[in-house]
Write a protein of this length. Structure first.
Length: 262
């Protein structure tokens, strides 16, 4: 069996069309949407709505400004739209139609934090299986899927607004992890909570990993743990007992899937 794994696609539909070439199946670990494109400011949802100049200023504030300055500028942009929620919803559906339409190999997918999982069932079927907190069996192995990312501690999830990333409380996430049994391949958007896997060397900060995933790996000893989320990790791999933990790469930039063979 040969399975290709990608994560953090962020709008790269051209590469996604080729991601399943030569594979028995394709696994997608989320972040299909390109919401803010920090490299090409005219791309992504914000680029389409506000233009490259405004997104460039937003990106600069994210790098150099304070949180208050960034929030104020962002609010000023959204205030220029008569129906921000409608505009974002239309842009998301357009991206999803293109991205899901690019999938050619039999695909098993779970959403990332830059996704709207409520819309994914609309694109399931015809060789695309959406899983979150569920197990799929193929090639004689059991693949367990957990989508989304973790909310920072003491942060209350927003229940309003026109865009809400897929962020889960630790309790909710841990319950989902606890529902996976006898897993051979652990497929998640975020990494296990190991410092070398969660630290981003370009952003110079640690993303939030899951301690529950570490516990599952120790208890069930899967062959592989595959994930994305951290675009430039300090280490792309680590070993926990018999389990190979692997960041499959920032697919938007690499355009190369990670390959599992057995």
């Amino acid at each position: 069996m040969r399975v290709h794994v990608v994560s953090d696609v962020h709008g790269n539909a051209d590469a996604l069309k080729r991601a399943g070439d030569g594979a028995d199946a394709l696994i997608v670990l989320g972040d299909l949407l390109d919401f803010v494109d920090y490299r090409e400011h005219d791309k992504g949802i914000m680029g389409a709505l506000f233009g490259a100049e405004k997104v460039g200023e937003f990106a600069r504030l994210r790098r150099e400004g304070t949180r208050d300055e960034t929030v104020a500028f962002s609010r000023s942009l959204w205030a220029t739209l008569a129906d921000p929620a409608g505009a974002v919803g239309e842009a998301i559906l357009h991206q999803y139609s293109v991205l899901f339409g690019a999938l050619t190999a039999p695909t098993f997918a779970t959403p990332g934090n830059v996704d709207d999982p409520s819309l994914w069932p609309e694109f399931a079927g015809d060789g695309i299986t959406v899983l979150d907190g569920e197990v799929a069996e193929f090639g004689g192995l059991r693949f367990g899927f957990i989508g989304g990312a973790l909310l920072p501690p003491n942060v209350v999830p927003r229940r309003n607004g026109f865009w809400r990333p897929y962020l889960r409380t630790r309790e909710e996430y841990d319950v989902a992890v606890g529902g996976l049994e006898d897993i051979d391949v652990l497929c998640t958007h975020i990494p296990p909570a190991l410092p070398e896997l969660t630290y981003d060397v370009i952003a110079r900060r640690s993303e939030i990993g899951s301690a529950a995933l570490v516990d599952l790996i120790h208890e069930q000893r899967p062959r592989w743990s595959v994930f994305g989320h951290v675009h430039q990790p300090l280490a792309t791999r680590a070993r926990l007992g018999r389990t190979e933990c692997r960041n499959v790469g920032h697919f938007k930039e690499t355009a190369q899937p990670y390959v599992l063979r057995w």
